[in-house]
Design a protein around this ligand. Structure first.
Ligand code: NAD
Length: 260
């Protein structure tokens, strides 16, 4: 009996994983847990992710923080070089960095719309393309996991967030297109679509008014948001050999939100 079968199937041992926007929130928890699964972690963030690196190193893992704005191709390319200097390879990307704002179509400026699309969609595109370039050059079998959202499938309510919803729908379709173009290079591309996850983006009272949180509750059939930890299993599955024939799909993790 191979008692370590599951460990081996889902292991990230020896893989280099890039997580973007991992200074806090979902990215921080996923980076920590991918390190627990054996990965060497690199983080792209705009202002440093020292706390995440400290958490991973305190558990005996390896992590580096690289300052790189995902919307800036030159910073992303430079970041890729830093990953190769540190680890010599790149196997997995968790393309997580993103922003959200709640403003109606007559309140948000066109500049705000463009900025959100630039971060949530163009930023993920730049990171995916530059990562694929590196993976192909090195001959690494890759897995890219893009962060979408159920907002890409349903228009969330009652908050007004047209730009965010559009960006996440774009991520899902971009994922399929990237997967098709990269299939011949042994690089798989999938996305995840979480429902409400308790992070600064969704529970910070400076960002989400208490009345809005109260309005969300009846729309959640499981009557709660998820913890970031509840996304980790799906992400490790998509990153590992366990999902070797899973390509171009979107995995919904929403506690039934879109089922009703
Ligand atoms: N929290 C939720 O309910 C929820 C649900 C579905 C999807 N998501 C998505 O999950 C991802 C992470 O969200 P979170 O809830 O952890 O939010 P968060 O605000 O806690 O984390 C997002 C991180 O991305 C970073 N970031 C933003 N723009 C960047 C850029 N240009 N370059 C590098 N880093 C950048 C931010 O600085 C921040 O550290 C986002 O893409 C978000 O849209 C969140």
């Amino acid at each position: 009996m191979q008692k370590d079968f599951i460990n081996k199937l889902f292991s990230l041992e020896g893989k280099t994983v890039l997580v973007t926007g991992a200074g806090r929130g979902i990215g921080q928890v996923v980076a920590r847990d991918m390190a627990r699964a054996g990965a060497n972690i690199a983080i792209f963030s705009r202002s440093g992710a020292d706390e995440t690196v400290r958490i991973i190193e305190s558990e005996g893992g390896k992590a580096i923080s690289i300052i790189a704005d995902c919307t800036k191709a030159e910073e992303v390319k430079d970041g890729m070089k830093k990953i190769l200097d540190a680890y010599g390879r790149l196997d997995v990307v968790f393309n997580n960095a993103g922003i959200c704002y709640h403003k109606g179509i007559f309140e948000a400026t066109y500049e705000e719309f463009r900025e959100l699309i630039d971060i949530n969609l163009t930023g993920e595109y730049i990171v995916a393309v530059e990562a694929a370039r590196v993976m192909i050059e090195l001959g690494c079998k890759g897995s890219i996991i893009n962060m979408a959202s159920i907002s890409g499938t349903v228009a969330m309510t009652p908050q007004k967030q047209a730009a965010y919803n559009a960006s996440k729908a774009g991520v899902m379709q971009m994922t399929k297109s990237l997967a098709l173009e990269l299939a011949d290079h042994n690089i798989r591309v999938n996305s995840i679509s979480p429902g409400y996850i308790a992070t600064p983006m969704s529970v910070d009272p400076d960002f989400v008014e208490p009345e809005l949180m109260a309005a969300w509750e009846p729309l959640m059939p499981m009557h709660r948001m998820a913890k970031p930890e509840e996304l980790v299993g799906a992400i490790i599955w998509l990153a590992s050999e366990a999902s070797s024939y899973t390509n171009g799909i979107d995995v919904i993790i929403d506690g039934l939100y879109t089922a009703i």
